[in-house]
Design a protein around this ligand. Sequence first.
Ligand code: ZN
Length: 447
Amino acid sequence: MRTSFDLIIRNARDAEGALISVGIRDGIIATIEKTIEGSGSEYDARGQTLGPGLHDHHCHLLGTAARMESVDLTDCRTKDDAIAKLRACTDSSAPDKWVRAFGYDERVAGLPDRELLDKWLPEQPLRIQDRTGAYWFLNSAAIARLGTEPLPPCVERDANKRPTGRIWRGDTWLRERIGGSPPALASLGQQLARWGVTGVTDASASNGNVEAKLLSGSIPQRLIIMGTEDLREGDSYTLGPVKLLLDENDLPPIDLIMERITTARELNRNVAAHCATLGELLFYLEALRLSGGARPGDRIEHGSVIPESLIGDICSMGLMVVTQPNFIHDRGDRYRSQIDEFELDDLYRLGSLLRGGVKVLGGSDAPYGDTNPWVALRAALDRRTRNGAVIGMNEAIDRNTALTLYQNPQLTLGAHADIILYHWPEDIGALGNVGLTIIGGEIIWQA
Ligand SMILES: [Zn+2]
């Protein structure tokens, strides 16, 4: 008797190039063979590589979706460039409509205040996010829509207690105040599927139950949500670690972080801390030590600067590092101009962490990093900046190792059928290297 399947994928290759076929039933990988005897609808892979779907282990979905409807200032080098882009988006028929921009580089005109932005865009409410995501800059029309006092401390004030237009780390409060429709998550989910992404971890520190509700069921990908201690379990996502947002310029009392680690333990949750500088990393390691040590599954987010001398400690504590090789590509040229040569080797380590026994995963940090995981995969191999310079050549890893940052190590019988067919892209920027994306046995993307 021939076994029946919902879908059989034939004529694929595994990562080593061997012939492989997969049978899917009830959303589960029911068989993996060289060739399959069975009936069901068939998909001819025509020699594409078959592997587990990619998981973006660190991204910010709401921010990324919002950007799809925003003005991109990333490439603006002068004030006039920025003004031109912003004014191109004004809409005289809708003077109340917000203009939202991102990617502002403070080299353009410092940290703008309301007076300056009123000159750039006087009529419509304007909010501009700086390239690091820490600041929002608002014009007067925007400030007028923030409502009445009391305003929280994230709203910067001048000597006369008047808001300057700068808001620092105020995302959650701003979102609540401004309201508005949820951003285009469905089209983001579709875009991710075209790149072969079948799962994402939302790493936003501010995620609570409001954000979880917005995210639930909004994208076809499997979803893990990190966030606050208040965030509860939900049917359509897995509860991730408690996210600790550390800022070297404004570190909280260590007792406060220890308390949050203790609470996470009581909730049976892991912790993950934003460690973009050495100071933030040392602070986190110390807080963990004082709280009885790390637990399996605790994470260092970014690990942007890790001196070699700390690799052994990170390994022995059992911490994993969730890194962004794409920042070497996206921001590498800036790092080279701003950071001492001897410190460049400590940036976004990869190979040395793996050789040192540290578990490493990859994430885009979208919208601050490129959402396309293949940009990061290529940078993991060649460590090249946009201009082609190399940073930390000893950190380069091979193709299959790079894939393990985003993929489960292998297809597993009985696991969810989250599968992609792809070829390694020659031109990363172009779409089209992923031929098929399946999540839970459902075809989500087909070239
Ligand atoms: Zn992040």
